[in-house]
Design a protein. Sequence first.
Length: 207
Amino acid sequence: MTGLHARGVALAAALMLVAGCGGGDDGNDGGGTSASTPAPTETAAETATPEGTATETPAPAEGASIAEGQGSADGARFTFKITELKRSGPTVVLNATVEWAEGGDESMQIASTFNDGQYQDLEDSDANEEGSVFDGVALIDPEGRKKYLVARDSTGRCVCSVDLGSAFVAEDTPASLEATLTAPPEDVTTVNVFVPGVKTFTDVPIS
């Protein structure tokens, strides 16, 4: 009982010291004081950092674009939005949306709007890769003077959205596109992104 009483007195003293907000200079007086003094400081720092990050991150993470521009295809104008450019090991994954802007009839067919203009030979087929693919995008490192293209699998097919002949964009129906590209060195944190039929977006951040 005497030990429990002594521990209770020590705990009460430590709580009073923390509540007083002036215990920093008394940290050498005993184990209870030195252990309790850093705790509020660490907690405040750990809480502040995630909160600061959370207030900055949601803006681009809400589906908003990190870069956008307009182009035209199939008699209509569209808005091309880059929603994410994310590093994944030796590759960078680009996610984008195509939204209706104006003109045309009731919808716009994407088809070969974003291809690279070349028809890749396929290892497992006598045919070439179809033109309705999202393989025309490229990352450009202006300082390193290098261009990074869409990745391809062992058969020669692009690692990207395909069958875009059946992809249509309407006023309330955007289309989502994805392409995996070779990554620049890890110290490259922003790149220019070339999109056929749209433009070259500059200083796009890699997350």
